[in-house]
Structure formats: structure tokens, C-alpha cells
Design a protein around this ligand. Structure first.
Ligand SMILES: Cc1cc2nc3c(=O)[nH]c(=O)nc-3n(C[C@H](O)[C@H](O)[C@H](O)COP(=O)(O)O)c2cc1C
Length: 217
């Protein structure tokens, strides 16, 4: 079995991944989550307690941590409403070997984990400590670096917070405004680096979504 070091994990650093789980009714769910390891054997996830991922980690006590830098996967798992029918396509998921959680077929690697402990981090967040059961890599080719890939993923991360902050108090709304400025900056980069691409389409879609949240707030 390969290890977290070979996948590029760094001790104590937040790494962005997509965590997939089964709901109580056995429907697969996936959401981007930042995760951390301190010893390359255990992984800590800090989900918002309002997320479906948190509820599933509590009930199923396991997950698959999908390693990917594909913006499409981040976008359509962060914003389920960006999918036809409002849910991540079922055919994106497959069964994995050691835990009762689905993996994302298009991921570069699966890290299958079982939950050891769940601690509260105040009203909004929890800390879920996990034990690595199995790591499986796909036979993927190395990927060339493109600024648009990362600018798109950064924008998706900011946008998940914009939605939350726009619904908050004045201070939160100010934070939302700053994040929107950053997304506008990334939008300009994506449109210069990769015009007429899937990335520019995601950025256009995000911009439209942000405008509709602004109208609602
Ligand atoms: C790259 C990235 C990292 C994220 N990290 C976290 C995280 O660590 N914890 C969290 O609760 N939400 C995080 N989010 C936001 C969730 O993915 C988002 O709220 C999602 O809709 C939750 O889906 P769920 O309700 O199906 O779990 C992140 C989003 C992105 C794009």
C-alpha cells in the first residue's frame, strides 16, 4: 500500500480533498473538506455540524477521502444544485474495499478511513479523528500545472463561505464582500488563462450564483 507522504500530504498542513459518505438512507454524498494529518496514519476532518457529511460521519463512522485537483469534482460536490436534478450523479460513485462509504470514480486516490473519535469545536464545527484503513491510487498520469485549475478551486472554496456570510451579520457581510473581490480577481485570471473552457464556465456559473445570493440577502 502506498502512503500519505507519497500522495503529497504534509504533516500539520491543511490539504483539500473531497469526503464521501453514505447517508442514513444509503444514498452516496460527497463534499469538499480540508483535512489534516499529524502523523501520516491518522486524519482529522473539521466539518460544520450543519453539513450532511457531519451527520453521515456520526452515523456511519467511516468515509472515503478522495484525492483530486479536478475543479469539476469540487464544484459539483460543494454545490449540489449545480448538478442536473440537484444532486451529485450516482454514477460518479463506486463501492470501496474496507469501509461502508462510496469513493468518487474520478479521484486520483481513495483514502478509506474509519472514525475513531468525534469532538465538538463549539456550536458550528466538530473535529472528527480517523484511522487510515487503506489507500488506493488510480493509474493516473501526471497532470500539468494550470493556474486556471487552482484559481477555480480557490473561488469554489471562497464561494461556499460567501453563501454563509451573506446570510450573517454586518461583519460577516463585510467578509463576504472581500471574498467576492477575490473571486472577481480569480475570474479575470481564469478568463485570461483558459477562455472558453470548462473552468471559465464554472466561474461564470459561480458569479451568477453569487449575484442571486446577493439579491436574496
Ligand atoms: C476546497 C473546499 C474545502 C472545504 N472545507 C470544508 C471543511 O473543512 N469543513 C466544512 O464543513 N466545509 C468545508 N467546505 C464547504 C463544504 O464542502 C460545503 O459546505 C458543502 O456543501 C457541504 O456539503 P454536505 O452538506 O453534503 O456535507 C469546503 C469547500 C471547499 C470547496
Amino acid at each position: 500500500m502506498t502512503n500519505l507522504t507519497n500522495l503529497g500530504f504534509l504533516k500539520g498542513a491543511i490539504m483539500e480533498t473531497i469526503v464521501s459518505t453514505y447517508n442514513a438512507n444509503e444514498q452516496p454524498n460527497a463534499a469538499p473538506m480540508g483535512i489534516k494529518t499529524e502523523d501520516m496514519k491518522h486524519i482529522v476532518i473539521q466539518p460544520y455540524t450543519s453539513s450532511m457529511t457531519y451527520a453521515n460521519l456520526q452515523s456511519k463512522r467511516c468515509a472515503v477521502i478522495n484525492v483530486t485537483s479536478n475543479p469539476e469534482l469540487y464544484y459539483r460536490t460543494a454545490f449540489k444544485e449545480a448538478n442536473p436534478g440537484g444532486r451529485t450523479p450516482l454514477e460518479w460513485f463506486e463501492k470501496v474495499e474496507t469501509v461502508d462509504a462510496p469513493g468518487l470514480r474520478m479521484a486520483d486516490a481513495f483514502v478509506e478511513v474509519s472514525v475513531l473519535d468525534i469532538k465538538s469545536l463549539g456550536a458550528e464545527r466538530a473535529e472528527v479523528s480517523c484511522d487510515v484503513q487503506l489507500i488506493k491510487t488510480s493509474s493516473f498520469l501526471p497532470k500539468v500545472y494550470c493556474r486556471a485549475t487552482f484559481a477555480t478551486i480557490e473561488s469554489i472554496i471562497h464561494a461556499t463561505r460567501v453563501k454563509l456570510f451573506l446570510a450573517g451579520d454586518r461583519q460577516k457581510q463585510e467578509q463576504a464582500r472581500r471574498l467576492i473581490e477575490l473571486i472577481e480577481h480569480y475570474n479575470a485570471i481564469v478568463n485570461r488563462i483558459a477562455p472558453n473552457s470548462r473552468y471559465s464556465a464554472i466561474m461564470a456559473d459561480l458569479t451568477q450564483r453569487i449575484n442571486s445570493w446577493k439579491d436574496e440577502s
